[in-house]
Design a protein around this ligand. Sequence first.
Ligand code: ADP
Length: 485
Amino acid sequence: MGPTMTKHYIGGAFVDGDAAAIVVRNPATDAVLAEIPGASAALAARAAEANAQAARGMRAFPLLKRVELVRRLGAAIRADVARLSVALMQESGKPIAEARTEVEYSASFFDNAAAAAEMASGELPASRVADRRVLVLREPIGATVAITPWNFPLAMIARKLAPALAAGCSQMVKPAEETPLTALLFAEIFDRVARDCGAPAGAFGVIVGDPPTVARELLAHPATRKLTFTGSTEVGRILAAQCAPRLIKTALELGGNAPFVVFADADLDRAADQAMLTKFRFMGQTCISANRFLLQKSIAQDFVERLESRMRALVVGDPASESTRIGPLVNDAALAKVEEHVRNAVAGGARVRVGGSRVAVAGLSSRFFAPTILENCAPTMQCACEETFGPVVAAMTFETEQEAIALANAVPFGLAGYVMTQDADRLLRVAEALEFGVIGANDGAPSTAEAPFGGRKDSGLGREGGHHGLDAYVDLKYVSLRVRA
Ligand code: ADP
């Protein structure tokens, strides 16, 4: 662990905390990885002020310098993949091979934001009258705050920070208490690159502490103009309410409840491969993980058999091992929720086809849960109404396309939905009918840096990625110019 990883990164300096410590544990081994003295309200207020000052510096930092900074950050992340992926694996329990994939995915947001910023341009709309020109200018929105979750300790920072910097904004990040070490290691990398590039001190910061206290202070600063949050719908609502009095812009990427719809005309092997990607990436602990498997009745058994044979090949074990695909769930609350969903489904008449309980892994914690298939689930069960966030396939059947669409949309969430079919008409018809922001069409891994990621309904507001992600950090201004003939 680096020497700076128990400090906060504020105003371009690593500073000691002054409040109750955040204890970071390895969910696979229970080992204490770090104790980080948390930030008090006073330190959080200092961080907000440093962020405000850096926003002024970033506004004046020329586009080409910003683009260079952002590109070099992407390259520096790739160069440090070994350290970053180990830190990420240790604090989150993400299998090491996946942790490396996350590091590369994180770097891709920096590439993408740099390219988007380089290509961005204002507008000069055709004038309705002869003596007037309207110039549409793009300006950075200023100081921004990011609150990020534990399931992508680096990628959720990258997806927010890269466009913020590229657009000319500063960003103060409060990572999840479970996973601050990857953020702090990245701060070390950022500090070196930012100095090399002559970037304003404090363009990016990391602060760790009691979430409501830190959030309140960061949002209270008069210069804070935007909050970008990824986490639960419940906390998203609390934060949106805190942003309301000063109309701070909000981007909220919240929970999902993704349907995975398999039609009889799907290529079932391909569909099963895609199901494995969406369901078992990080043990199902992602907001776009398929939660409800809606299977057309005539192929339901066949599909489930193919899925089961693939699931039996998943190696459950130490996330530090290269062959591991299923590590521990992130904490005891996560495990308790998965167990509760299985119990509730079985009590309601579902059948456990495979898995259904914890798995003992020698010498490691008791947070490992077996890859599970629940058949005969119903839309009223917890596993269908709520995000299970674990390695559980909740399967139910349908007869017609209309029924599938109705079932898929019958939740208040709208982040990701999946449709598997070989019929091109149906593919587009269903993709259009699904009320979700991200559609995986024969694709179980639809996240990518160039796409406008985000949800509808209770899944949130705003888009991240591509030029839409950059636009989220831009304020438009127009200059109406009278021209004498
Ligand atoms: P999860 O249930 O997946 O942990 P949360 O929404 O609780 O999702 O957490 C996501 C992020 O929100 C974390 O960084 C967490 O510290 C932060 N958070 C949780 N509660 C609050 C709060 N009341 N105010 C500000 N941030 C919060």
